[in-house]
Design a protein. Sequence first.
Lengths: 366, 366
Amino acid sequence: MSSIPDRSDIERHSIELIRRHTPARPYGGHSDVCSRVLAAVESQASASTIGGKRLRARLALAAHSALGSGTSSAMLDLACAIEIFQTAALIHDDIIDDSDLRRGRPSAHKALGDELGDPRIGRGLGLMMGDVLATCSIDVAADASRSLPNGQEIVSSFLAMQRDVGMGQVLDLAVELAPLSEPDRLAQASLNVFRWKTASYTTIAPLELGFLASGSLDPASCARAAHAIGEPLGVAFQLEDDLLDVVGTSSATGKPVGGDIREGKRTVLLADAIDAATPSDRATLIGMFDKDARTDDDVETTIRLFHDTGALDRSRRRISALWSHAVRELDALGLEGSKRDLMRKSCMDFMPMMMDAKNDPQQPLD
Amino acid sequence: MSSIPDRSDIERHSIELIRRHTPARPYGGHSDVCSRVLAAVESQASASTIGGKRLRARLALAAHSALGSGTSSAMLDLACAIEIFQTAALIHDDIIDDSDLRRGRPSAHKALGDELGDPRIGRGLGLMMGDVLATCSIDVAADASRSLPNGQEIVSSFLAMQRDVGMGQVLDLAVELAPLSEPDRLAQASLNVFRWKTASYTTIAPLELGFLASGSLDPASCARAAHAIGEPLGVAFQLEDDLLDVVGTSSATGKPVGGDIREGKRTVLLADAIDAATPSDRATLIGMFDKDARTDDDVETTIRLFHDTGALDRSRRRISALWSHAVRELDALGLEGSKRDLMRKSCMDFMPMMMDAKNDPQQPLD
């Protein structure tokens, strides 16, 4: 159906692009410890790039392919630039959240801190790695844009994506300060975070960049279609991700089940549960999430309340409605045959749970 | 002599560019706390942009003016983009160093943490502000490049600057792990840090961007001249900055005297002092800098040893040699009359101490 590069092609090429655009060699050679730290950072840049599903690059390649022709070398570079930016964003995200794990392995700042025997230096190096990789991603995208249609719009769209993710992270931190006593507003604020922090670079930008690079649509139509499809798809993806944290398994997500609850993350699930809870359950939930930390028992109680209040089902209904919305907008593109199938499949890859028959709404704890 | 925008013009225009390229409004409005945090971040972006000397923008404008004609609106934008990037870099630097003060006022993450009553959230917001402002600076530079000669080279040079600063910060963290027992290698490694962490964006990039935007030299000659002048000038600037930390006054630098010593920073001054010290003084210095913290007495002892070992004079000689080197390269440009004077003055602005007759080498503690 398609000649789109697969996950491992994308991963390998992303690492190659990082090495080409950010070589460590020019900076080194003045002391053993500098050489050692540069080598550690270079090797961690590769390690941090490994292990994702490459959904974003694949969506960009599919969008390009659906509207244009086969994947050019510049288009592959552009798709990989999105992945390189994601690596940068996740490294910073893990520093903000003080997370030791990413995709089941040590996060970048943790790995560097362990290797060099100093957590503070590990955090500093992680912060800088994120900066350097974000710059690298723009460099790759700008280079690629010179051989693609709509080059100027591609650079602008790539930069807008980075700004949106940063502002989405700002909103995400703000939501941590939101009162739990107004669950309806909390849910709205969280959905707004998903739009900026997640949908921006997960679905909207990959679609827009792929459409722009195809040269088949004018820039305004590319942006319109990318937002129409990408916004509901990206928000649905994040809702699934939060649901997976509660009903998934550790091996599927690379994170312990209930990790978001343990961290006290303010999610749409939590807002929905507080909204629908009895006064006594509401007090229990708010009490647990106002504490600095939650125990294993708290996590269990929370998951039970997410189920009993209907919050899990409500999230499934939200996801289903958003997915239908995205598909309607996708169909409005008027693609036919294999191009339509390719786009459908690439979008569906973001929703493994919804597509998985094993996930019976009556059996939330698999 | 020149119609170059002054410090306050540059500051005002930089703030205006940040507001135009990174407006907070599209992201807000879903909860009071989100609006409050967005407003705090927006206002801190302006606050963090205020108070610098704008030396980098002024050097870029002078370089443009010396080789070309008057300052165009696009050239002013490009010069301000360097300042916006500096703001971003300093915000991240203060997070890495856990510094509460910048230019005599609370650092961005500290101010935000205080305002929102949560230091962890302050650090997260600071980290994201740095990311968003770095992206904003590229956006401003890319926009400006479209109305300037050598547009593609301007974008590449701007991105190379950001990468170099990031790698310079990596090296700076590496030097913290360097053994004090090899002072000669420590001095070489520190000078290498200065080249990447400081000279890159302080002098080399402003010169290169100004030359490129003038359209009077081919890109390779722009790069060659910018490196030839900017590298010695930028390293001399950083050596002066480190010297000012020891012999300056708090009101001149906005930082307490001896702040670098208190933090245990591995500087060229320290390396030179260890190198030239008697065995007993050497043991004293290494002992103080191997500790987690230094007392007021330690700071006083260190400053005395910096003086007695001749390290202060050696730094002055290093600065003087680098300055002469930079001036020779500047003269090699063959500028005449007011254009030569303008460039001389813009370069000299980086060296207030060397130019200040009050700074008698025999009176290091003014």
